[in-house]
Design a protein around this ligand. Structure first.
Ligand code: COA
Ligand code: AMP
Length: 641
């Protein structure tokens, strides 16, 4: 059988008998109580499914104890490489097991019960992984918040998750700048309405945090005094974590993932998408605060018995654009996964990839890219200089693993630049027009996934069933709406071209323009605004605010831009990268007063646009197009210089 038919067979089997297909894969895990074949996936009230409802297991046990049972105790579980602190460490599965058990005991001592939510706000240090696995061990639900988010974002998550405990560190390090976390945590706790009982702080030597007696506790001391806790078997449907992601409104959505379906999906995808076997070294160069970090720094590699690399640095400037190649060579990384933006940054510094030539990359078999579209020029540059399969794959926080990829586990390695390749088994994709009619091959439309979703995908939005229905399930009945536009060509290759909603992707970071608009709208000079993503040569997209001033406002562009930039930094975080404001006379609106953002996006991307029939004042479009054309073009030229 050819490799293509291997994949096609698997895809057909998963489509026609999903239960059988996934139960076979589930059987490869060590369950406390294996799911029975009569334990059919159960429908949730919101319209999704929960997999293996009568099975019991524990993700932390599978990621640690199971490997020790199998004789992998002395194998390295985590390689920590931190150019920003000039340190490196290796942690074996046995050592990790011991630290996680101790941390789980510490959580128990703090009265954390099964189902309780624990916020983890930490930089890229191994303790972040320890904390995640410790929560999982006792059935608590972790909620990791990316360290680059500002206090307000943390406060929103404390409230939405109803978290009583925060595990944090005194600081993170951005290249050569120490970013103190504790003042942000203090502000967040003060802003949140939900009361945080304790905040456990890992003191790092680069900044010692001030502690509030009674509430704040020292990580080292608590760990030292704790009695190790065993893993508690939980139902497969029990929530493992909540991960907040940007939606189209200001409030982030808490994507909930379970223990059982997630573990099955992680094991399956590590083998099928990344071709990884136990004992091999995998590196996802991302951050534990993002879904890539959850799935492929922590759970995928550790559930598979691989060695995972945790890198506390940047692809450039720590110390140079050779960092990625240095790490791959030094640790014998077999598969590297990062966002295209990282390679655009590397290419800018090292156009001929001369630094890659300094390292022995023979053990590096493949490169994986996701988080944003892998633009063909970046693909071609990597192909020319690295000369191994450069594989794009498409997924999102909600799915937790790839929707479309090159399934190397079935022996397939067919690359078509610009395409994320084929839908993986478990995902039945369709491309629909706005009225829900299928479009022809090669024609662009809304990419949707036929329900049910496979294991590992979201099971709900924390505390907000209506948002799940409205955001994902209602526009195209029977389908999950991905929010991405694209097409499938005549040979079945999937091309994902961009979002259909108000989400933008800045350096692989997903951000909500709606949230930025709320912040900009709070500036005293601003009457109304729209934020759109404009193309950027390195970061893919950058936000630009189109601002209508209040009648009596006297703002100067430069000053206003500085103030808005500072406001967004303080409210959302530096990662918003907001630096561009355009003062406009009017925004295009429908007769009912809704801002027509789609046309603004099309203008900013240089796409064709037509005057919408619903527009109230068509006259404003030409003027806006001219302003946008001028400023986006100026910025783009500046980037290229
Ligand atoms: N804590 C605090 N601040 C952070 C942070 C963190 N964890 N992460 C980023 N920031 C800050 C940065 O210091 C920077 O601040 P500045 O404007 O004061 O300099 C700002 O947020 C923007 O950060 P970033 O977008 O990362 O820009 P950069 O210029 O520092 O680096 C890249 C650019 C392309 C090298 C970097 O974005 C990168 O490595 N991206 C890889 C993609 C990735 O990891 N994606 C995750 C999903 S796969
Ligand atoms: P996140 O939830 O942060 O992982 O972001 C998910 C979004 O990033 C997707 O909905 C896409 O818009 C975009 N994305 C991720 N991977 C790809 C890819 N390979 N090609 C195109 N877009 C991608």
């Amino acid at each position: 059988m050819s490799n293509l038919s291997n994949y096609q067979n698997a895809w057909q089997r998963a489509a026609h008998d999903a239960e059988l297909f996934w139960t076979e894969h589930a059987a490869q895990l060590k369950w406390h109580t294996p799911p029975t074949s009569s334990g059919r996936p159960s429908a949730t009230a919101e319209g999704l499914v929960e997999w293996f409802p009568d099975g019991k297991l524990n993700t932390s046990w599978l990621a640690l104890d199971a490997h020790i049972e199998d004789g992998r105790g002395e194998q390295t579980a985590i390689i920590y490489d931190s150019p920003v602190t000039d340190s490196k460490a290796r942690i074996s599965y046995r050592e990790l097991h011991q630290q996680v058990s101790q941390c789980a005991g510490m959580l128990r001592d703090l009265q954390v019960q099964q189902g309780d939510r624990v916020i983890i706000y930490m930089p890229m240090v191994p303790q972040a992984i320890v904390a995640m696995l410790a929560c999982a061990r006792i059935g608590a639900v972790h909620c990791v918040v990316f360290g680059g988010f500002a206090a307000n974002e943390l406060a929103v998550r404390i409230d939405d998750a109803g978290a009583d405990i925060i595990l944090t560190a005194s600081c993170g390090i951005e290249v050569d700048r120490v970013i103190e976390y504790k003042p942000l945590v203090d502000q967040a706790i003060a802003r949140a309405t939900h009361k945080v009982r304790h905040c456990v702080v890992l003191q790092r030597p680069q900044a010692i945090a001030a502690m509030q007696p009674g509430r704040d506790l020292d990580w080292q001391e608590q760990m030292a005094g704790a009695k190790p806790a065993d893993a508690v078997p939980v139902p497969a449907t029990h929530p493992l974590y909540i991960l907040y992601t940007s939606g189209t409104t200001g409030k982030p959505k808490g994507v909930v993932r379970d223990h059982g379906g997630h573990a099955v999906a992680m094991r399956y995808s590590m083998a099928t998408v990344y071709g990884m076997q136990p004992g091999e070294v995998f590196w996802a160069a991302s951050d534990v605060g993002w879904v890539v970090g959850h799935s492929y720094i922590v759970y995928g590699p550790l559930l598979t018995g691989c060695t995972t690399v945790m890198f506390e640095g940047k692809p450039v400037r720590t110390p140079d654009a050779g960092a990625v190649w240095r790490v791959c060579a030094e640790y014998g990384v077999k598969a590297l996964f990062t966002a295209p933006t990282a390679f655009r940054a590397i290419r800018k510094e090292d156009p001929e990839a001369a630094l890659a030539g300094k390292y022995d990359l023979r053990r590096l078999e493949r490169l994986y890219l996701a988080g944003e579209r892998l633009d063909p020029p970046t693909w071609a540059w990597l192909q020319e200089h690295i000369q191994r399969p450069i594989l794009d794959h498409w997924w999102q926080t909600e799915t937790g693993w790839a929707i479309a990829a090159n399934p190397v586990g079935y022996g397939l390695e067919q690359v078509r630049p610009g395409s994320a390749t084929f839908p993986l088994p478990g995902y039945q994709l369709d491309v629909l027009d706005d009225e829900g009619r299928p479009v022809a091959a090669g024609e662009q439309g809304n990419i949707v996934i036929r329900l049910p979703l496979p294991p590992g995908c979201l099971t709900s939005i924390w505390g907000n069933a209506e948002r799940l229905r409205a955001g994902y399930l209602s526009q195209f009945p029977g389908y999950y709406q991905t929010g991405d536009a694209g097409y499938v060509d005549a040979d079945g290759y999937v091309f994902v071209m961009g979002r259909t909603d108000d989400i933008i992707n800045v350096a692989g970071h997903r951000l909500s323009t709606g949230e930025m608009e709320e912040v900009i709208g709070s500036h005293p000079a601003v009457a109304e605004c729209a934020v759109i993503g404009v193309p950027d040569a390195i970061k893919g997209e950058l936000p630009m605010g189109l601002v209508v001033l209040k009648n009596d406002a006297q703002a100067q562009l430069q000053q206003l831009n500085g103030e808005l930039s500072a406001l967004l930094r303080a409210e959302i975080g530096a990662l918003a990268c907001y630096q561009q404001t355009l003062i406009v006379n009017r925004l295009p609106k429908t007769r009912s007063g809704k801002i027509l953002r789609r046309i603004l996006r099309q203008m900013a991307r240089g796409e064709e646009w037509t005057v919408p029939s619903t527009i109230e004042d068509p006259g404003c479009l030409e003027e806006l197009a001219g302003q946008l054309d001028a400023s986006v073009a100026v910025r783009y030229v500046a980037d290229k210089v």
